[in-house]
Ligand binder design. Structure first.
Ligand code: CMP
Length: 535
């Protein structure tokens, strides 16, 4: 009993198809050129039915798919075959050509036509390319090739028919005679009809009328089919072009600036180059969960192989993560994660690279490339994002949201531990860089500058480390008491609109730090600007 997908069985189907095509070409030729009774023709007439009989036996012994299961019960298979193709296969397998050849040597031409019975097999074998090639080659191209094949085969049969009924009045050799008949067939079938070869007598005229009608029908079918097939050869491309045309029409209608239009078009080109424009998650949405997992595993194999963290992970864990990964694309310069914000997802890099930046985007902490990930610290340690992440180029990322991340972390402690280690290490690195940057900032207020701007005094001084805010006081000359100018100064500068109008003013400043209040600075004294002499 053969499995329907058995390789040997598939090869056999192709062999039977080849024999059928051979029969369809050879038998009409042997009839019209009267080589019908040659020993070679006799062997052929025996060989073809032999193969077809064997094929019937093979069909009785091949299982089939029903509702996703392979049926191998012999009686069910036989019943199904008897109800289906068996009748036609049997007729095609009858050795009528051989019988006529041997027992009716002087059979008339019409009787010989009976020996065309193996051509009936074309109906059954003709389904083989669709059945076997359908998922392996582009279906539109397959249909186009088969359409051309059927047209040529029909043309061959019509050519032989024309030779049979018009004979060989010009006494041409076999080859030129066939070529002329083929030429007549093609001009007639394509409705060109030069009229250089015309029917003689009623029988030929009726034959020509029939072929002309056939030609008109075929012509219409070919035109309709070919336009459709060519449009569908690359469905993805035509859908993508449609989408791009719509978007561009919209961008023009809304007068979107040209550079932005360019960027959007670049993005679509990238989508086309990287994934032929398909939205993977949308494609998979309709599949049942088990199939979806298998396909997702297949599609995401690349990213799984790239991420070292996954390489030691269990099958279950990978399955769980892969099912919940969502592909996202970022264009060069896009900010993917902003420092200080709350995080709801982490990302795995499949293609491209990103910069890990300080909040002011001035310091690059690291550059991450394909196979690395980011955004895990905010999820793991429930803290604001430690850094800003900016795409350096087009980036294909896979996003894992917080709920799924938390579930994975809870269920797979080993994985949690490894990712935690890396998060702590990265956090420590950032803190170290931040600390070394802060150590360049002085501890105390050292450098105060003061000047009059009109009747007000402007004071400015240096930043200090671990700052909460500054406090500024000044001395009232009459009493010698110190009063606050301002208690909650966030920047290292201030303007006092009411300095001492009669003489110098004295100020002191101190920083309130995260660790507590610092000491007051040395006093700074500013004398009033000398009055401009009147002219
Ligand atoms: P998260 O804090 O959620 O968002 C910013 C991300 O940048 C952070 O998670 C890490 O994934 C990543 N990151 C922070 N520091 C470093 C570093 N030193 N090297 C590489 N990646 C980092």
């Amino acid at each position: 009993m053969f499995h329907p997908e058995n390789k040997l069985r598939t090869s056999w189907d192709f062999f039977v198809l080849a024999v059928t095509v051979f029969a369809a070409i050879e038998i009409p030729i042997s009839i019209v050129f009267d080589i019908y009774s040659s020993p070679l023709a006799a062997a052929v007439f025996l060989f073809i039915p032999g193969v077809f009989v064997a094929d019937i036996l093979v069909h009785f012994n091949t299982g089939f798919y029903r509702l996703g299961k392979t049926v191998t019960k012999r009686s069910t298979i036989a019943f199904r075959y008897l109800k289906g193709w068996f009748g036609l296969d049997l007729l095609a397998a009858l050795p009528l050509g051989f019988v006529l050849n041997h027992f009716v040597p002087s059979a008339g031409t019409l009787l010989l036509l009976i020996s065309l019975n193996p051509l009936l097999k074309l109906f059954h074998s003709g389904t083989t390319p669709y059945r076997i090639g359908g998922t392996r080659v582009n279906p539109a191209i397959l249909r186009l090739v088969l359409l051309v094949f059927w047209i040529l085969l029909v043309a061959h049969l019509v050519s032989c028919g024309w030779i049979l009924i018009s004979g060989n009045p010009q006494r041409l050799a076999s080859m030129p005679l066939y070529i002329r008949a083929f030429y007549w067939t093609i001009t007639t079938l394509t409705t060109i009809g030069y009229g250089d070869i015309t029917p003689q007598g009623a029988f030929q005229t009726v034959f020509v009328i029939f072929i002309e009608l056939l030609g008109a029908g075929m012509y219409g079918m070919i035109i309709g089919n070919i336009a459709n097939l060519i449009a569908n050869i690359d469905i993805a491309k035509s859908q993508y072009k449609d989408r791009l045309d719509k978007i561009n029409a919209f961008l023009n209608y809304r007068n979107i600036p040209h550079p932005l239009q360019r960027k959007i078009n670049d993005y679509y080109s990238y989508l086309w180059e990287s994934r032929r424009g398909y939205d993977e998650s949308a494609v998979l949405q309709d599949l049942p969960i088990a199939l979806k997992t298998t396909v997702a595993l297949q599609i995401n194999r690349g990213i799984i192989e790239k991420v070292p963290l996954f390489q030691t992970a269990s099958e279950d864990l990978i399955r769980e993560i892969v099912l919940n990964l969502n592909p996202v694309v970022f264009t060069p310069g896009d900010i993917i994660v902003t420092a200080g914000e709350v995080g709801f997802e982490m990302y795995f890099i499949s293609q491209g690279s990103v910069d890990v930046l300080s909040a002011d985007e001035q310091t690059v902490y690291a550059t991450l490339a394909a196979g690395q990930f980011f955004g895990e610290i905010a999820l793991l340690l429930s803290m604001p994002r430690t850094a800003t992440i900016r795409a350096r180029e087009y980036c294909d990322l896979y996003r894992l949201d917080k709920d799924n991340f938390d579930r994975v972390i809870q269920r797979y402690p080993d994985f949690a531990e490894r990712i935690n280690e890396l998060a702590e290490k990265r956090k420590a690195e950032i803190e170290e860089i931040q600390q070394s940057k802060e150590s360049e900032i002085p501890e105390a207020i050292e450098d105060i500058q003061a000047e009059y701007t009109g009747s007000a005094v402007s004071l400015r001084w240096n930043w200090v480390r671990d700052l909460r805010h500054y406090e500024v006081i000044k001395q009232i000359p009459a009493t010698g008491k110190w009063v606050y100018v301002e208690k909650n100064v966030l920047e290292p500068n201030i303007t006092d609109p009411t300095p001492n109008p009669d003489g110098s003013t004295m100020y002191r400043i101190r920083a309130i730090k995260t660790s507590g209040a610092g000491s007051w600075s040395k006093p700074i004294v500013i004398e009033p600007a000398p009055e401009e002499p009147e002219t």
